[in-house]
Design a protein. Structure first.
Ligand SMILES: [Zn+2]
Length: 207
């Protein structure tokens, strides 16, 4: 699957979610858009966290839509309404988002809000992995990523200096997860980004 001609919107609860789950696939897309629903103010000063996200968006050549919902307490209705508007405005071919179950309540809310916001969406919706759903995540799609792409993703995660104490964002942890899913494919792939199909509505091609 070639994402180069596709417009992709990637949705995350906090600065660094999108980078962790789908940085490489997003880096291959046409006009990528990142959406952070919160500024992650429980994990650091919100202006700094937003700046870190803007810096990774620049690395990706992505446009960042930074919302200001409350970190650790995202309101479902507000999130669904905001996402519905973004999807209407952006009209993406593919949406990347969070999934349930997940051990972080904001991630669960984002997953629910996306389902509600995209109830009439005609396109592909894929769920990406987070640090808090590793045990329960059951992917369907695996994108091979090169060692250079893995290193670029690590570089982007390091831009989030406020999160440098998070073990799950460290190189060892991410290398393990990326290799784990690569092993699961029973291929020679060394690293992958893995996704779950959440919704796929296929219209008549002649329409
Ligand atoms: Zn998060």
């Amino acid at each position: 699957m070639n994402f180069r001609d596709l417009k992709v919107v990637a949705i995350g609860a906090h600065p660094d979610d999108v980078e962790y789950g789908c940085y490489t696939v997003l880096s291959r897309c046409y006009e990528p858009v990142m959406v952070n629903l919160t500024r992650g103010e429980h994990g650091g000063e919100h202006n700094i966290r937003e700046k870190e996200s803007r810096a990774t968006a620049e690395l990706l050549n992505a446009r960042l839509i930074q919302l200001t919902l409350e970190d650790t307490n995202i309101n479902l209705r507000e999130a669904a309404t905001a996402l519905e508007k973004i999807i209407r405005d952006e009209s993406p071919d593919v949406v990347l988002t969070m999934t349930e179950p997940d051990l972080h309540q904001d991630h669960v809310t984002v997953a629910k809000a996306t389902t509600i916001a995209l109830r009439e969406y005609e396109g592909l919706v894929l769920g990406y992995q987070t640090p808090s759903n590793i045990v329960t995540f059951q992917p369907d799609i695996y994108f091979e990523i090169s060692n250079d792409e893995f290193l670029a993703k690590m570089q982007a995660l390091r831009v989030h200096a406020t999160q440098s104490n998070r073990r799950y964002l460290g190189e060892d942890a991410l290398r393990s997860v990326s290799r784990f899913w690569a092993t699961a494919t029973r291929t020679e792939f060394e690293y992958v980004e893995a996704f779950k199909i959440l919704r796929w509505v296929v219209p008549l091609s002649e329409r």
